[in-house]
Design a protein around this ligand. Structure first.
Ligand code: SF4
Length: 347
């Protein structure tokens, strides 16, 4: 059985794949060597319920940001489907595509890089409102004031330029610009990772408040487990372009079902200070997405590796309710919480 999806998902992603061909060096071309292929996404599937927050977590290079860019069509995936409100997103064109781009908005990690330095906050917000013809005349200015209030900025912020704001304020402008087009779905890619911890908390709390008030669905991408746990209803753990575990947040943090999730949690002592000296980190280096290991991609780093792990790719399968894990340990019928009895499998 594949990973179970919510009963009435607003977005459904099936077997999404993304490969990039690297440019060839002259010597490789002369020697007719094949192009090197980066396997950034390798069959990602999940579904999101309206109004929920799904956290996506994993190390740098695991495919989180590529996934986000595919969902908003900044990148064209090389395989798989994305369905939103029952429509095939990758086939939308013209007005339908613009409508999707309005409904599904992305907020970037670096608001300074994504805000036009020559436009005031008012100009940026007005431009977005007018582009989608959401207000006319005087109502545009009123909507700008409303948006600044929503993100807790004073009204005089409207006439300031990006360089006149602090990092946290710029991120609020980035959120206001996304909200300007009245989206249903926000994709937040490392939204606060460039901010101080105290400012991070303010922005995360703002996001939680906005979600409740505007009934937003959120895909929250981060490498910080503490933030993911705080904000997400469910969490998907990604490793080398695949989801290896997906489940409700407290279930996943309390009893991880995949050895990679377990290692990530043990490498994050702030989640449980008692664990501080138990395990240092996920052992070994993350393999290159140019050469994904055969079998289970995690096997070179896994503390429980078995023979079959080196040749058979484990499928993401549902165990215990709607908790999904991609690991051969579960085929043996071993309960997730009992897996610690399987230490004989340690390499
Ligand atoms: Fe480890 Fe094997 Fe499970 Fe992969 S399939 S996570 S190598 S036990």
């Amino acid at each position: 059985m594949s990973a179970s999806a919510p009963a009435d998902p607003v977005m459904r992603v099936e077997s999404l794949a993304m490969k990039f061909e690297l440019p060839q060096a002259l010597l490789d071309r002369l020697a007719s060597r094949p192009h090197r292929i980066v396997h950034a996404l390798n069959g990602v599937s999940f579904a999101l319920m309206r109004g929920e927050t799904l956290g996506i977590v994993g190390e740098s290079g695991c495919g989180k940001s590529t996934l986000a860019r595919c969902l908003v069509r900044l990148l064209a995936p090389t395989g798989g489907t994305i369905t939103y409100g029952g429509r095939d997103v990758l086939k939308l064109e013209g007005a339908e595509r613009r409508d999707y781009n309005r409904r599904v908005q992305m907020v970037f990690q670096d608001p300074y890089g994504s805000l036009n330095p020559r436009m005031t906050a008012r100009q940026m917000l007005s431009e977005a409102i007018r582009f989608h013809e959401l207000r006319q005349g005087k109502a545009v200015g009123e909507r700008v004031d409303e948006l600044l209030g929503l993100v807790r900025l004073p009204l005089d912020a409207a006439d300031r330029y990006p360089h006149e704001f602090s990092g946290g304020q710029r991120q609020r402008i980035g959120i206001a610009r996304a909200l300007a087009v009245e989206p249903e779905f926000l994709i937040a890619d490392e939204l606060v990772s460039a901010l101080d911890v105290s400012v991070q908390a303010q922005i995360i709390n703002l996001l939680l408040e906005l979600q409740q008030r505007l009934k937003l669905t959120i895909l929250f991408i981060a490498h910080d487990l503490r933030l993911i746990r705080h904000i997400s209803h469910r969490v998907a753990v990604m490793y080398l372009g695949s989801i290896v575990e997906l489940g409700e947040t407290e279930r996943l943090f309390g009893a991880p079902g995949h050895p990679y999730t377990e290692a990530l949690l043990k490498a994050a002592p702030e989640l449980d200070p008692a664990r501080r000296s138990v395990v240092d980190a996920v052992r070994g280096e993350l393999p290159s997405p140019l050469a994904i290991p055969r079998g289970c991609p995690f096997h070179p780093r896994c503390a429980y590796v078995m023979d079959r792990c080196r040749s058979e790719v484990p499928a993401l399968e549902t165990h215990q309710g709607n908790h999904a894990v991609a690991c051969h340990l579960h085929d043996a019928g071993v309960a997730l919480d009992g897996r610690r009895d399987l230490r004989q499998f340690k390499a």
